[in-house]
Design a protein. Structure first.
Length: 490
């Protein structure tokens, strides 16, 4: 980064940090729970508008439905780099949190108080880490650029979007991609999930999303003759569904190797000391993977590692019968939350599920010349494909190098681990942009204590962000942004 600008930023760090904390407190105090069809993101947009107005940053508000506001701000670069824009994205909605009975539900502070706990130094509230902290850091950085006449060599965009937590971003990123793609045209997008320091078997690393799994809702139905509850029945659809659920629970779907999980496992292995580093790579071996997972990997790590290596199928409910206790139902069904890897289609995931349950059970049979219905029927109710950037792309490699350098400087050399995440984010929507394929990275930097289980904080009770870690994050983000934008003081 330009030396003069760095010196200037260092002289202003405390101002930038305090403004970030203050804006995040205000954002948390605005309730933007996503209630599926209803939402109040526009209230948060109004607050951000006041910041942009004061700093003279150009922006546009897009509100496709009352209450579901999006705001896109842009600072024009001088174009000297010839590169496309860098965009910082943050969804403004949150998952639910109790409004009145928050104490009864185990919250230490009100989820909408924006309160800093003196004891643990954390700012509490819904959205603190998912992901209003990114909106606060980004808006403060954009306003700072304008207030101090910093010149960028490429455009810098901030997108504060609605509706990420429900309905597939219909009123947020998806709407912008389909209806206002010119507003969010960017070469690089920083979005969730990642930029967080964590412990990998005792080593400090920074995880950064480069890929996310696809998701699929599956319904498996079993039928039977039904009948009276007092009689002997050879088949019972409820029992069949219980058996199918058990089989799915007891067996992993087949190992699948792809660009994203090879990159993830190799980058994790590189962070580990020998001989762990050596054995960790064998997670990708069809011969040794299962053995390693079952015998060498602690349960906590298994929970997040297995989804990197396999498509998954978790039973989430069994239904059937009319609720009458003396009646065997004629049908029952099992709902499954299935997640599938990049380079897989949803049909591949269906095949994996059938392979574990027994493919023949989904096929018609002929008994005594008569066609018999299959024992089980599988329907895909909805699906959304996985997404992965090209790890050989030079824009990605250059960006990773910049992030690694800055993170290393700010952590005594913690390595950056590009990772596949099992959930879904707006990066999927941005990857569908009609004219550009942006490099989407999960990079919303925050430094956590090594023993933090930050996955618990997402959507959890007592969502919070450490103030020190947030202040660390805004400095890291500023340095990365200004290096990528080749920024200078005018
Ligand atoms: Zn989120």
């Amino acid at each position: 980064m330009d030396a003069k600008l760095k010196e200037f930023l260092v002289s202003k760090w405390s101002e930038i940090e305090e403004e970030t904390v203050s804006l995040l407190q205000k954002l948390i105090q605005i309730d933007t729970q996503n209630l599926q069809e209803e939402g109040t993101e526009t209230d948060a947009v109004r607050l951000l508008e006041s910041y942009f107005n004061e700093a003279g940053v150009d922006y546009e508000v897009v509100e496709p439905k009352p209450g579901r506001g999006n705001i896109v701000a842009r600072i024009r670069g001088d174009g000297s780099s010839g590169k496309g824009a860098l965009m910082l994205s943050s969804h403004l909605d949150t998952v639910k949190a109790p409004k009145e009975n928050w104490e009864a539900e185990g919250w230490k502070h009100s989820p909408y108080g924006g309160i800093i706990d003196e004891e643990d130094g954390c700012l509490y509230g819904r959205g603190a880490i998912d992901m209003k902290h990114m909106a606060a850091m980004s808006v403060v950085l954009l306003c700072f650029v304008n207030k101090h006449d910093i010149v960028l060599s490429r455009d810098l965009i901030f997108a504060g979007v609605a509706d990420e937590e429900r309905t597939d971003s219909k009123w947020g990123a998806k709407y912008l991609v389909e209806n206002r793609p010119e507003l969010i045209e960017a070469d690089i997008i920083f979005n969730e999930v990642g930029g967080f320091t964590m412990s990998l078997q005792g080593t400090q690393v920074l995880v950064m999303q480069i890929a996310e799994k696809g998701s699929m809702q599956v319904k498996i139905t079993a039928r039977g003759p039904g009948g009276h509850g007092s009689l002997y029945h050879k088949t019972n659809p409820i029992a069949t569904m219980g058996q199918v659920a058990h089989v799915l629970q007891a067996n992993r779907l087949r190992l699948r190797i792809n660009q994203a999980n090879v990159a993830t496992i190799n980058s994790m292995a590189a962070c580990l000391p020998f001989p762990k580093s050596y054995f960790f790579r064998y997670l990708l071996s069809p011969t040794f993977s299962d053995y390693l997972v079952d015998n060498m990997i602690p349960p906590l790590l298994q929970a997040s590692l297995v989804p990197l290596l396999h498509n998954t199928a978790n039973p989430t409910s069994i239904r059937g019968g009319g609720g009458q206790h003396n009646q065997i139902p004629t049908s029952a069904w099992l709902m499954i939350d299935s997640r599938y890897l990049p380079e897989c289609s949803h049909q591949d995931a269906v095949d994996d599920i059938k392979a574990v349950i027994g493919p023949q059970r989904f096929e018609e049979t002929v008994v005594n010349g008569e066609k018999q219905e299959p024992e089980l029927m599988l329907e895909v109710l909805a699906y959304r494909d996985a997404q992965c950037l090209d790890v050989n792309d030079h824009v990605y490699k250059d960006t990773l190098a910049v992030i690694s350098k800055v993170v290393g400087d700010y952590t005594d050399g913690a390595p950056v681990c590009p990772t596949l995440i099992p959930g879904g984010t707006d990066s999927y929507q941005y990857s569908k942009h009609p004219t550009l394929t942006p490099i989407c990275l999960g990079f919303t930097p925050v430094k956590f204590k090594l023993d933090t289980k930050f996955s618990d904080l997402f959507h959890g009770t007592n969502e919070r962000v450490p103030i020190d870690g947030l202040k660390w994050g805004v400095k890291v983000l500023a340095e990365v942004v200004h290096t990528l934008c080749e920024s200078k003081l005018s």
